[in-house]
Design a binder for this molecule. Structure first.
Ligand code: NAD
Ligand code: IPM
Ligand code: MN
Length: 361
């Protein structure tokens, strides 16, 4: 079959990890006789350098004309990069938020899974994780909340004041809740909805709507958890979670925390989906300016994101399984990038890891 994939290398380690994921996709094409046509799209700093803005209409059009988008990461070092001298709405991150909104990617899925082979890289004791291991998914609302509320900085009586607003309507909550329950039905049938209902109105509405949606899923156990407790529970007893359903900002923070239970932020893939088969696939981590250009970045999060792309947007389950099995094999064979390195393993760089996984497909 023929498919169109838009590639967004982005900034920092972005181009390095995307090129490894592409290597793996090329191998999938060869083995399963598909043709992927790639078009490169500029986003973030890479777009600012060429067009003066972090996202162009042309970039959105190219993404929309594709079956799916594979992205690296965007952004730079806020202290040293000239991009951060621009006003906030022209900075790299604004481009990422704008493309999420333009493509209506309200559902951000971030699976967090601890491979047996990475137990040594996980900073939490084996006894705490327990027999059944750590295998969960964060379902994060991605186009609402604080990220998209009105924001401004004003001056009142000579005192500067910055305002960010957090709002959700019932429909926004309902559609992401439905996603989470649908996913839970295919897993261990447990949803933990995370909010701050002891303080926020938006969280109280969140709880009410989630309760309503839960009525359509009698087999799924629903529990509510306050976000501060959830942050603690992820370290205290991470294996209790199956599906975490939460709003945009909480999901951002909790997913970085959950990533460490998998051994490294370099392992956490993600899919951002709308109501159709279309999606944007990117690792959960950032552009890691501290290790950019050094062949040190772990490409596995991006490669696993490419597997999600095969599964969700192209319906290529067997191919997705093959990529995931290839990652498993390379870890079993003892190869590690620096972030997941432990004693007795073989340390490799970004490119070597990509080569090994592609060869194992
Ligand atoms: P980051 O995720 O880029 O890096 C945090 C730490 O994790 C760094 O020490 C980095 O070296 C390490 N790390 C990240 N990915 C890694 C990988 N694949 N392999 C090995 N180590 C890895 O977060 P940050 O430093 O807070 O942000 C840097 C830039 O990235 C900022 O401009 C931020 O806005 C942007 N960012 C972009 C995205 C995205 O594109 N989706 C996500 C998060 C942050
Ligand atoms: C992520 C990132 C983004 C977010 C930033 C770069 C805007 O941290 O994808 O997790 O907060 O959503
Ligand atoms: Mn984040």
């Amino acid at each position: 079959m023929e498919y169109k994939i838009a590639l967004i290398p982005g900034d920092g380690i972005g181009p390095e990890i995307v090129s490894e994921a592409k290597k793996v996709l090329d191998k999938v094409c060869e083995k399963y006789h598909h043709t992927f046509t790639y078009s490169e799209v500029l986003l973030g700093g890479a777009s600012i350098d060429v067009h003066g803005v972090p996202l162009t209409d042309e970039a959105i059009a190219t993404a929309k004309a594709s079956d799916a988008v594979l992205m690296g990461s965007i952004g730079g070092d806020a202290k040293t990069s000239p991009w951060y001298k621009l006003e906030p709405s022209k900075r790299p991150e604004a481009g990422l938020l704008a493309i999420r909104k333009a493509l209506n990617l309200f559902a951000n899925l971030r699976p967090a899974y601890l491979y047996k082979e990475l137990e040594e890289a996980c900073p939490i004791k084996k006894e705490v994780i327990g027999e059944n291991g750590f295998d969960m998914i964060i379902v994060r609302e991605l186009t609402g909340g604080l990220y998209f509320g009105e924001r401004k900085t004003i001056e009142e009586n000579g005192v500067k004041k910055a305002i960010d607003t957090l709002s959700y309507n019932e429909n926004e909550i309902r559609r992401i809740a439905i996603k989470a329950f649908d996913i839970a039905m295919k897993r261990r049938k447990k949803v933990t909805s995370v909010d701050k209902a002891n303080v926020l109105d938006s969280s109280r509405l969140w709880r009410k709507v989630v309760e309503e949606v839960a009525k359509d899923y009698p087999e799924v156990t629903l529990e509510h958890m306050l976000v501060d407790n959830c942050a603690m529970q992820l370290v205290h007893d991470p294996a209790q979670f199956d599906v975490i359903l939460t709003e945009n900002m909480f999901g951002d923070i909790l997913s970085d925390e959950a990533s460490m239970v998998t051994g490294s932020i370099g392992m956490l893939s993600s899919a951002s989906l709308n109501e159709t088969k279309f999606g944007l696939y990117e690792p959960s981590h950032g552009s890691a300016p501290d290790i950019a250009g050094q062949n040190k970045a772990n490409p596995i999060a991006t490669i696993l994101s490419a597997a999600m792309l095969l599964r969700y947007s192209l319906n290529l389950d067997e191919e997705a399984d093959a990529v995931e099995a290839a990652v498993q094999k390379v870890l079993t064979d003892g190869y590690r990038t620096g972030d997941i390195m432990s004693e007795g393993c073989k340390k490799v760089g970004t490119k070597e890891m990509g080569d090994l996984i592609a060869a194992a497909v």
